[in-house]
Design a protein around this ligand. Structure first.
Ligand SMILES: [Zn+2]
Length: 234
């Protein structure tokens, strides 16, 4: 009888009632075992500089043919409930510049936005604001590359349907010596990266605020098609 009374009292305590109220399905995602699982050999990335260092290391692994992020089935398992990519890459459409491969980042580590000539628009900015404000992405990389067809289209005044307005957006970046077209192409591509970064900061107060608070860093990069090497631009 006493034991029964004790159980009734115990069952009515606020602590017990509170714990009953927190059903398994309502627990925060971070408390579930699957969400705690880290990608295989994933580095600890807490800051924009951590993310930048990981990209530099990842490109070096790619160059050394020493990839570590290729356990795709494990990565799918580790990311099936949520994603927390450390970096967003805005890259060119070019099929020879695949960010996940050249930075050895596998599944779940990068947001990737790709458009010919790696330019920004409202859709790209909306994607960047989702990544940084909602998912906590620390780093934005705008990456151009040498021998870019979109940049060449801007230099050549290419006209083709909707491509015309796309290359027109690159034209303000045109720079260099017209007597040296190869150098001009590369100089314009690098300048286009810098101008895209300036446009992102001009057009997105949300990202500019995060950058000013040192919560997010935005950097330029340049990929060399003939070597696979990424150089980060000042
Ligand atoms: Zn390109």
């Amino acid at each position: 009888m006493k034991i029964t009374r004790f159980l009734v009292l115990a069952l009515m305590t606020p602590l017990f009632l509170a714990s009953c109220g927190q059903k398994e399905a309502e627990k925060p995602l971070a408390e579930t075992p699957a969400a705690k699982a880290e990608p295989v050999m994933a580095p600890i990335i807490n800051t924009p500089d951590d993310a930048l260092a990981e990209l530099k290391n990842g490109n070096q692994r790619f160059l050394n043919a020493a990839l570590i992020n290729t356990e795709y089935k494990t990565q799918i398992e580790n990311t099936k409930l949520d994603q927390k990519p450390h970096t967003l890459i805005l890259s060119c459409l070019d099929s020879r510049v695949p960010p996940e491969i050249i930075f050895d980042q596998g599944i779940g580590n990068l947001f990737v936005a790709r458009v010919a000539g790696n330019i920004e628009d409202q859709n790209i900015l909306g994607s960047m604001e989702f990544a940084t404000k909602v998912k906590g992405t620390k780093l934005i990389v705008v990456m151009g590359h040498n021998k870019c067809g979109a940049v060449k289209g801007a230099l050549d005044n290419a006209e083709l349907g909707n491509l015309t307005q796309l290359v027109n957006q690159i034209k303000p970046a045109i720079t260099g010596d017209k007597n040296n077209p190869d150098a001009m192409l590369d100089e314009t591509a690098k300048n286009n990266v810098k101008m895209t970064i300036a446009d992102i900061l001009k057009d997105s107060p949300a990202i500019t605020e995060l950058v000013n608070e040192n919560k997010v860093k935005i950097v330029g990069a340049y990929y060399e098609l003939t070597t696979g090497q990424v150089t980060f631009l000042d």
